[in-house]
Structures are given as C-alpha cells and as structure tokens.
Design a protein around this ligand. Structure first.
Ligand code: ADP
Ligand code: MG
Length: 261
C-alpha cells in the first residue's frame, strides 16, 4: 500500500516543488514505485517532470471532478525513463484553478483526491502531493488524502512563526477530517551553512521539533534551480551536483525511517 505524503508549506517559493520532483526522482532511483501528484495550478511540478502542461489530455482536474480515474490520467514521461528514474505524474495546469469553484457545491469535495487515490494505492510505494501555497480546497484535498506532511523550509527569521500556522492546520485537519494525518518532518532546504542566522534557526528548529527535523540538509545549489527549464528534476539533470546528492540521501532517509505508521 502506498504511503501518501503532502509536500506543504503555506508560503510560496520555499522549495515545495523542488522537493516534490527531486524526492520523486530520488525514490524512483532507489527502486521505489512513485506517483507525483501536482495540486498547484501553476503546474511547475508537471513541467519539471517533463510533462507539457498545455498538451495534457487529462489532469488532476479531471480526477477531482470525477470525469477520469487516476489510472487514466497519469503519464510516465519518456525523459524520466531515459534518465533511469521513471515515476508517474498526475499533472496540473491552469484549469485546476477552476476546480476550487466547481467543487463548492459538490458532496465530499475535500475527499475527492483521497477517494481517487484509493484505487491505485497498491500500484505505488509512495504518492507525493505537491501542494499550492495556500490553505485552499486543493490543499485540503491533499491533506485529507495523506498520512503525512513533509514541510520544506528555509532557515530564516520568521520560519518558526510560519510553522506554528502550519502545524495548527495539520492539527485541525487531523481532528476534523483525517485521523491518519501527521507531521512526518521538516526538511531544511536552500541551506547555506556559511550564514550564521541559518545555523541559528536550524538549531532552534532542532530544539523545538527534535527528531521531526530530517537529518538531511538540502543545500542551496544552482543546478537544482536550472533543471526545471530542461524539464527534468535536478537529480537527473546533474546527478553529481551537491543538491542532487542531498536529495538521494533524503529519499534514502525517508525509506530508512520506515515512516509507515
Ligand atoms: P515552491 O514550490 O514552494 O513555490 P520552488 O520549489 O518552486 O518553491 O522553489 C522556489 C525557487 O527556488 C525556484 O526558483 C527554485 O528553482 C529555487 N530553489 C528551490 N530549491 C533550491 C535549492 N536547494 N537551491 C537553489 N535554488 C532552489
Ligand atoms: Mg510550487
């Protein structure tokens, strides 16, 4: 049965999508069967996995509106196969922004993704859901479907404050909608050990959240930022880059933790 994890943080530009695509590629590289679900209408995880968001016949939008099954709507990009780390992609594009409004009057609207994923749970070891930067009906669908949340974060001054909002949201969803949901861990991303403030915030994080802070640190690495324009996860675009090695280590850490709860 697949372990389903949301990659979430209500802030934009913190590294959610970079984490989602590189973790998907890293897990695939170490032999796991992975499905990446793009829940952001920007479609960055879709494009970053080598799927043209404008040319998709079916997307996560069709799945949420129940006009397609997950199995019908996923693709395994050729580029990922060629790079030796194939994972399946349930893509998103701007059409998804409309789902929010269209779902308002529907039954079980926050459980659409959960119900749809149930049909493919045996086909994957991991399902990763790249969430948009908000607590919208889309993110709620992700949180209802998941057993855990992985939170990428930068070690900046207001990081801890933002985390309180997110952990409260997780608690609320846990209490009201999804008893399985828990915080899996905090992933320090875009880390630069030369910056004293980042080291300090990192220490504070460990003091507050203990072993909920993943051991792996993702460094700031320009190769990870360049990769999306080639339609590949950084980990496959330049496997020898520091950031790529860090994501392989993170994938391994996640598997080793045996987070199934
Ligand atoms: P989000 O999905 O949270 O909005 P992204 O993953 O799109 O965030 O990242 C925001 C920007 O930061 C992107 O331009 C991305 O390429 C860049 N970025 C993310 N992680 C790293 C990293 N470890 N090193 C360098 N740049 C990064
Ligand atoms: Mg994103």
């Amino acid at each position: 049965m697949a372990q389903i994890f949301c990659i979430a943080n209500q802030k934009g530009g913190v590294g959610k999508t970079t984490t989602a695509v590189n973790l998907a590629a890293g897990l695939a590289r170490i032999g796991q069967r992975v499905l990446l679900v793009d829940l952001d209408p920007q479609g960055n995880a879709t494009m970053g996995s080598g799927v043209d968001k404008r040319a998709m016949a079916l997307s996560v939008y069709d799945v949420l509106l129940e006009s397609a099954t997950v199995a019908e709507a996923v693709t395994v990009p050729e580029k990922l196969k060629e790079a030796g780390a194939a994972y399946a992609v349930l893509g998103a594009n701007r059409e998804l922004a409309g789902a929010e409004v269209e779902l308002v009057a529907e039954q079980r609207r926050e459980r659409r993704l959960k119900d749809a994923l149930a049909a493919v749970a045996a086909d994957y070891d991991f399902v990763l859901v790249d969430c948009p930067p908000s607590l919208s009906m889309l993110t709620l669908n992700g949180l209802c479907a998941a057993q855990g949340v992985i939170v990428p974060m930068q070690c900046e001054y207001f990081a801890l404050e933002g985390l309180t909002d997110l952990t409260n949201t997780i608690k609320q969803v846990h209490a009201n909608l999804n008893r399985d949901l828990r915080l899996i861990g905090l992933l320090r991303v875009m880390f630069d050990s030369r910056i004293t403030l980042q080291q300090q915030v990192s220490e504070q994080l460990k003091a507050h959240y203990g072993n909920k802070v993943f051991d792996t640190l993702i460094p700031r690495n320009v190769r990870l930022a360049e990769a999306p324009s080639y339609g590949l996860p950084g980990l496959l675009f330049d496997p020898s880059a520091k950031g790529s090695k860090a994501f392989i280590a993170f994938a391994q850490e996640l598997v080793d933790r045996g987070v199934r709860g």
